[in-house]
Design a protein around this ligand. Structure first.
Ligand code: BTN
Length: 323
């Protein structure tokens, strides 16, 4: 094992405690300057290590950095996150970065992660609140052989994968809201932004962005009533690395189903994970608004509602408000 990894292992074992430089030199049988060089590399990688001339080095107890090494360690996927992982301590938007990489031939399964976003984007030109190290801001690059009109199905697939990951790691009562929200108690815990690149009539790439509020202690006034985090809901911090690994595992499983069997099994699971069916909603589309009762999502993932007159409407894009 490389010296840098060994140092990290020792620091991890004694997380929250000081380890003297002398004891590290003894354990690794290397010089003091080698230890210092590796420690400063680890710090550059984003590890929250404190250093004191008298006490030595300390890896913060609450550390949870999203470096490629952390994500890959224990990752149970075959493709997603196994190849390229591009990590930023700060980025404008992981979706913007991922789209850029996708046009430069990044492979399927490439992952872009950032500890913070300065221009995190939501649907309809909204901002996505992306404070440093509190949330998960990641984008997956996919290259499915589907016509562009099927790309919205991947948003629903993503919502199912997020919900499954959260259900296996927490006891939160998760509900999916069409098309791209994950809610707890009616408040938004996560959002999905799917963007697609086409070449003539076919799909070149799909970038699926996920913003998930994990350890965010509070939100700005304008979104305080609408947004929540795992920390706020459970009172406990959860490792973002664990969530990402779990998410990628579920994602890969459902993505395989999607490619080999089709959308139907995902639609079935989506219906179990939503609480929208039977609810009265209002949908704002670009040029009109419909109100009515949610009946279902159809085989393409479109929302089916019936209005007061009993007329059925098929919604493929819109902003939903539950009445
Ligand atoms: C929404 O609910 O409107 C979608 C929010 C999506 C936010 C994520 S954070 C990671 C990725 N990069 C972005 O700029 N947006 C998505």
């Amino acid at each position: 094992m490389a010296a840098k990894d060994q140092i990290l292992l020792h620091l991890e074992k004694r997380k929250g405690d000081w380890i003297s430089g002398e004891s590290l030199t003894r354990k690794l049988a290397v010089s003091r300057s080698t230890i210092e060089k590796h420690i400063s590399q680890l710090m550059n990688d984003g590890y929250p290590i404190e250093s004191s001339p008298k006490k030595g080095y300390l890896l913060q107890k609450t550390w949870d950095v999203l470096t490629p090494r952390e994500i890959r360690d224990g990752l149970e996927t075959k493709v997603l996150g196994k190849r390229d992982i591009v990590y930023f301590t700060e980025a404008d938007s992981t979706n913007t970065k991922a789209k850029d990489l996708a046009t430069k031939h990044a492979p399927e399964g490439a992952l872009v992660l950032s500890e913070k976003q300065t221009r995190g984007r939501g649907r309809n030109e909204r901002n996505w609140f992306s404070p440093s190290r509190d949330g998960i801001y990641l984008s997956l690059i996919l290259r499915p052989t589907i016509p562009p009109r099927e790309a919205p199905m991947l948003t629903l697939l993503t919502a199912v994968a997020v919900a499954e990951a959260l259900l296996s790691l927490t006891r939160l009562k998760i509900a999916i809201k069409w098309p791209n929200d994950i809610l707890v108690g009616g408040k938004k815990l996560a959002g999905i932004l799917t963007e697609i690149g086409t070449q003539e009539d076919s799909t070149d790439y799909v970038v699926v962005g996920l913003g998930l509020n994990v350890n965010t202690p509070r939100f700005p006034d304008d979104i305080r009533d609408k947004a929540t985090s795992i920390l706020i809901e459970t009172g406990k911090r959860l490792s973002r690395v664990r969530i990402i690994r779990e998410y990628l595992k579920w994602y890969e499983a459902y993505y395989e189903v999607f490619k080999n069997i089709g959308f139907e099994p995902i639609r079935k699971r989506w219906r179990e994970l939503t609480n929208m069916i039977g609810q009265q909603i209002s949908v704002q589309m670009i040029d009109k608004r419909y109100s009515g009762e949610v009946q279902d999502i159809d085989k393409d993932g479109a929302l089916i509602i019936t209005d007061r007159t009993g007329k059925s409407h098929r919604i493929i894009f819109g902003d939903v408000t539950v009445i």
